[in-house]
Design a protein around this ligand. Structure first.
Ligand SMILES: [Zn+2]
Length: 332
């Protein structure tokens, strides 16, 4: 079990309040990479532990905690796509593991739901990520949410609540996780041995776990080269840069561009920066003669690009068009 993250202290307090009268459905929502699943699992463990600590954290030594550690607690289920639980292994049939939570998986819960709690206490099902339920799975789950057995808690974990059925949402108590504050996250990343925690955090869109996983670290070089080119639009070699970037994950590159352009707009409108806090002078100069409306247009273009980035066939062309738009705007 992962420890609570330092930015989750308040959330944990709120959960302790909730645990006095747990609802039957809880919807954990919040950004990617802030530890939603870990918090949900910690909460489940705390409810199932036989002798939780004063803070509510599971003791880690009672029989229930042992079962949980071995993944064999009879009153706990974690429902996730095979692609996550098998972590890269192939399924028995040799097929690629599914990225969806299937109706079969939800139906397998039925037996679990039909039983009474093995330990006579709570039973907990954690579903992660809840938006991975296909519509059959969601409808099957809805039946259980409508008539839950006593002492049953469903925790649905998602960063895309808008993709869940309204009928499911309406049966869950919504629990929005706190956004990790930057100083706490930076301090934590530093403790985890990340060399440049400020930069890693900003590059990961302020998601500490993504920053740790290295999503942000991969391509650190590419990002640095991109930023250095963006700083000097007049001499920006669109074609060479697009060629250099073509092997980097497209979504990631668009995200870097979005962060940069976000800061251009923020500097223009409010004189402040979010992602590139050490580049105030350079950015100020860049946006001096650019109209706010033009910056907004560029941001909109990047938003569309982010959606397209998942299925573009020619990354080089794709990057070229974005960089051209950028150069054109910044060199007027
Ligand atoms: Zn325990």
């Amino acid at each position: 079990m992962a420890a609570l993250y330092p930015w989750q202290k308040n959330d944990w307090q709120r959960l302790q309040e909730l645990s006095k009268r747990p609802p039957q459905g809880l919807l954990f929502k919040g950004g990617k990479g802030i530890g939603k699943l870990d918090l949900a699992v910690n909460f489940a463990h705390s409810l199932l532990c036989q002798k939780p600590q004063a803070s509510g954290i599971a003791c880690g030594v009672c029989p229930a905690c042992h079962w949980l550690a071995q993944g064999s607690h009879p009153d706990f289920r974690l429902l996730q796509p095979d692609a996550l639980s098998l972590a890269g292994e192939e399924t028995e049939s040799g097929k690629k593991p599914s990225k969806q939570i299937t109706v079969e998986q939800v139906r397998e819960l039925a037996d679990f739901l039909g039983l009474s709690a093995h330990q006579g206490g709570m039973r907990v099902v954690v579903i992660f990520p809840a938006e991975a339920m296909n519509s059959n799975a969601a409808n099957a789950l809805l039946k259980s949410l409508e008539e839950p057995p006593p002492n049953m808690l469903f925790i649905l974990v998602t960063h895309k609540p808008q993709q869940l059925l309204p009928t499911i949402l309406s049966r869950c108590v919504s629990f929005t996780l706190s956004v990790p504050d930057a100083p706490t996250a930076i301090c934590w990343l530093h403790e985890q041995g990340i060399k440049n925690p400020e930069q890693a955090l900003a590059a990961a869109g302020f998601s500490p776990l993504l920053a740790l996983q290295g999503d942000a670290q991969t391509g650190t070089d590419e990002r640095a080269k991109l930023l250095s080119a963006l700083r000097q639009p007049a001499s920006l070699d669109v074609f060479a840069l697009a060629e250099m970037l073509q092997k980097t994950e497209q979504v990631l590159v668009v995200q870097w561009l979005q962060q940069w352009c976000y800061d251009l707009a923020a500097m223009k409108l409010a004189g402040s920066l979010r992602y590139h806090t050490d580049e105030a002078e350079a950015i100020k100069k860049l946006v001096a003669s650019v109209a706010p409306l033009e910056l907004a247009r560029l941001q909109k273009l990047l938003q569309t690009a982010k959606r397209e980035a998942q299925h573009t066939l020619n990354p080089k062309l794709f990057f070229e068009s974005l960089l051209l738009a950028y150069r054109q705007l910044l060199t007027v």
